[in-house]
Design a protein around this ligand. Structure first.
Ligand code: MLT
Length: 392
């Protein structure tokens, strides 16, 4: 038999697994040191009370013969799809519930969505980038072309008229750089995709961090986007679901390529390969969209935003260039004194006992940069910044 040779072109391990291993090694060698992680974007605030209550009630229902449920709809229960559609309505975006697909999180769908496209596509990916976009396209053997984020363009690369892509990945607020596209910038991307007949895969996992009302929090706030974009979102960062797992993908019915509605293809794919997210978790997810759930989860977002402000303030104080951190949980900064990303990662870990994510791990365009996340505990973030300051 033959294996998928494309896997042999990947790095040996996934970025965050490699970092976790390095941190484990350091801790094993230095058992008395307290290491503070501002590395992987994993949340630390517990689930909101409204979510916990909904999960408990759903668990009780599952334990009683009259309310027990077996297989649910592969696309997700209507109550949750409707709640998501109503959430979009508040952003001025009209969606039908059958344009929403419930998933176990953004990462899986960002990868799985490639199933509905033919192989050998030209895929335009920003550099630096969330490694899942890159790695999953390597796995299926697509041709990857890059659009570079740089200090000069504020890590907001714009379309390149020389390239005619089939698929375009965009993430705003961006992971890893925290940079956020304006409406006019996204309009340029949408126009470009429409002209090329391309599909934009828009990762909106951090949309809830946008506080500036003029910035778009969904690509569907842009004219023409429903004819060229799939939006992928998650409750991981919005409501602390990194361990609970629930997200959603929007495939508008007006998105047609080669005469086929992508909504129908995705439904076909999901009904065949996915059995949905558990009822209990979908009930918890629906609670996020209630008035109570929104108030509780938004207060956690404010907590994280305060951490981001603490990080940015420290970087500013030290005269270190950074972006993100205002409408985003990520702060992206230039490694001081010409350090490479991994050199600075080691220095931070060894001398300040702080874990960051090396920019180079997000692609060559991230070399010389570093990412901190604001998802930590407030006291520990403050301590991490004190340790960081002592490096200079
Ligand atoms: C990150 O740190 O980039 C994210 O936590 C990764 C993810 O959401 O999968």
């Amino acid at each position: 038999m033959k294996i998928n040779q494309n896997y042999l072109s990947l790095n040996d391990s996934y970025l965050f697994s490699s970092i976790a291993q390095k941190v484990r090694d350091y801790k094993a060698a230095n058992p008395n040191k307290e290491v503070i992680s501002l590395g992987i974007g994993d949340v630390t605030r517990p689930l909101a009370a409204a979510v916990v209550q909904a999960i408990q009630e759903a668990a009780t229902e599952m334990g009683q013969k009259d309310t027990f449920r077996g297989y649910g709809e592969e696309q997700g229960y209507h109550f949750l799809r409707q709640a998501v559609a109503e959430y979009y309505a508040k952003k001025g975006v009209t969606l039908d519930a059958d344009e929403v697909f419930i998933s176990d999180g953004a990462k899986s769908d960002l990868a799985n969505v490639l199933d509905i496209f033919a192989g050998g596509q030209t895929v335009l990916i920003p550099n630096p980038v969330y490694p899942v976009y890159h790695d999953t396209n390597v796995m299926v053997g697509n041709r990857i072309v890059y659009t570079d984020g740089t200090e000069k363009n504020g890590f907001l690369p714009m379309p390149d008229p020389q390239i005619t892509p089939d698929i375009i990945y965009l993430c705003s607020p961006n992971n890893p750089t925290g940079a956020v596209y304006s409406k006019s910038q996204l309009q340029e991307w949408v126009n470009y995709a429409l002209k090329a007949g391309a599909v934009i895969l828009f990762d909106a996992a951090y949309e809830v961090f946008i506080r500036d009302k003029d910035l778009p929090s969904s690509i569907y706030q842009i004219n023409g986007a429903k004819e060229c974009a799939i939006e992928i979102c998650s409750l991981s960062k919005t409501a602390g679901f990194t361990g609970t797992r629930c997200g959603y993908t929007v495939v508008p019915k007006s998105l047609v390529r080669s005469g086929a509605q992508l909504n129908k293809l995705w439904l076909r794919r999901q009904t065949t390969k996915f059995n949905g997210v558990s009822y209990i978790i979908q009930k918890g997810a629906a609670a996020v969209f209630t008035q109570e759930g929104q108030a509780q989860t938004r207060s956690d977002i404010t907590y994280y935003a305060n951490n981001a402000a603490v990080i940015t303030k420290t970087l500013n104080k030290k005269g270190i260039w950074s972006t993100g951190g205002i409408n985003s949980p990520y702060v992206w900064f230039k490694c001081p004194d010409g350090y490479s990303s991994w050199q600075f990662f080691d220095k931070l870990l060894n001398e300040a006992n702080v874990v960051g994510t090396p920019g180079a791990g997000f692609g060559s365009g991230g070399e010389g940069f570093m990412r901190f996340t604001a998802f930590g505990n407030a006291e520990k973030t403050l301590q991490a910044m004190k340790n960081f300051e002592k490096l200079f």
